[in-house]
Design a protein around this ligand. Structure first.
Ligand SMILES: Nc1ncnc2c1ncn2[C@@H]1O[C@H](COP(=O)(O)OP(=O)(O)O)[C@@H](O)[C@H]1O
Ligand SMILES: [Mg+2]
Length: 403
């Protein structure tokens, strides 16, 4: 276990145009901490890991592991991978097909020249950790995907590295196995306490595993914080979209209140949602939606971001509760999800997703395409972003958490 410090890390790739894969990235990782780098494809996650591992030559920056400087771009220090006490687990299990499980797990020990007897013990301990003791003499082709990935985990941990790097190690597993291996990894980390940097584009993996999350965008960290913090208070609209607030409503000041802003590129070709609504409300773009929102007066154009769980539906003729903002909506599709319905609606051309609970409220089960409903949300359940995508100063966070 060691303290990891990354300062001003920059990696460019030549090409037309040249790519800045990692852009002046700094991050400090506490001993034993599990850090998750979360972001879409191409944002620089793998390159950051490869720089940590010593597999790339960064253009700028310093990296230290414990009290050892492993990279100093100006001092021309860049220790090779086998001189860093780092373990790696990749998405493609990357097991050697011609080697038994035993030799695969032992591979990092051989590159580090660990003595034979000690290596034997380490291999058996590592296999035991991931329930693969019975598989030691098999070849990778004789293992299931889940078993292969557990062997890859054992290989990453066998040398008892100071730092373990994971590059989307669960992405190639089917859903059930992914949950299993994820739980096993979480438990292993709690037991062994290694320091980890785990890369994923999957928000639920990130929330489940991370002590802290770093949300990456174009080679930089857009927000760094605990899973709770990032989940409840995404600092920018980019982070909100990435952490499950998939619903976006563009709003504009209208007199003393707020109205729906024009939506270019409406995906509602019939225009039905933009015509006369129900309960006497016009459903058109520009309609008033709220008198007051918890947004400072200085903003005139904002977007509200909402999770599907926080977009509620009720029959068109019903009024939402007092604290709710009601919107005439039309159902596009409704899928049964067991205890809830996953419903797509349009609100003045904006396609929104609602997760409507069924327990105690079977009404949502009968929703069908073309049906007029009222979609509504509690003002404190939404987070409001300015035209630059930055969160507007707002109400006390406690209100948002409790809503
Ligand atoms: N070897 C390479 N040569 C040129 N460009 C690269 C190379 N590796 C990565 N890139 C570019 O760097 C950026 C970040 O890539 P990567 O770190 O793989 O992102 P991620 O792992 O988040 O998907 C991308 O624009 C990618 O095209
Ligand atoms: Mg990658």
């Amino acid at each position: 276990m060691s303290h990891v410090r990354i300062e001003g890390l920059t990696k460019r790739f030549a090409g037309k145009p040249p790519a800045i894969a990692v852009d002046d990235l700094s991050l400090e990782i506490e001993p034993g901490e599990f850090i998750v780098l979360l972001g879409p494809s191409g944002c620089g996650k793998t390159t950051t890991l490869r720089c940590l591992a010593g597999l790339e030559t960064p253009d700028e920056g310093r990296i230290s592991l414990g009290d050892q400087t492993v990279l100093d771009a100006h001092g021309k220090i860049n220790l090779p991978p086998n001189k860093r006490r780092i373990g790696m687990v990749f998405q493609s299990y990357a097991l050697w097909p011609h080697m038994t499980v035993r030799r695969n797990i032992g591979y990092p020990l051989r590159t580090r020249r660990v003595a034979r007897e000690q290596a034997r013990t380490r291999i058996e301990e590592a296999a035991e950790l991931v329930d693969c003791s019975a598989l030691l003499d098999r070849y990778p082709a004789q293992l299931s995907g889940g078993q292969q990935q557990r062997v890859a985990l054992a290989r990453g941990l066998a040398a008892q590295p100071d730092l373990v790097l994971f590059d989307e190690p669960l992405s190639n597993l089917d859903a059930r196995l992914r949950d299993q291996v994820r739980a096993q990894l979480h438990e292993l980390h709690a037991r062994l306490g290694f320091t980890a940097v785990f890369v994923t584009h999957d928000q639920s993996e990130a929330l489940a595993l991370g002590d802290r999350l770093a949300i990456m965008r174009a080679g930089r960290i857009e927000q760094l914080g605990t899973p709770e913090r990032v989940f409840e208070e995404p600092a920018t609209e980019y982070v909100a979209g990435f952490i499950g607030m998939s619903n976006r409503l563009p709003l504009r000041r209208q007199g003393e209140g707020w109205g729906l802003a024009d939506q270019p590129g409406t995906d509602d070709p019939s225009g039905a949602a933009g015509q006369t609504g129900t309960a006497g409300q016009p459903g058109a773009t520009g309609q008033a939606v709220a008198h007051e929102l918890p947004v400072p007066r200085s903003h005139s154009e904002i977007s509200a971001r909402l999770r599907p769980d926080d977009l509620r539906l009720c029959p068109a003729e019903e009024e939402p509760p007092d604290h709710g903002v009601g919107l005439p909506a039309e159902v596009v599709d409704a899928q049964f999800g067991g205890r809830h319905m996953d419903v797509v609606v349009t609100v003045a051309g904006n396609r929104l997703h609602a997760r409507a609970p069924l327990t105690g409220k079977p009404w949502a089960r009968s929703l069908s395409r073309g049906q007029r409903v009222t979609a509504w949300f509690a003002k404190d359940a939404a987070i409001y972003y300015d035209a630059d995508g930055v969160r507007t100063a707002t109400h006390a966070p406690a209100a948002a958490v409790g809503a």
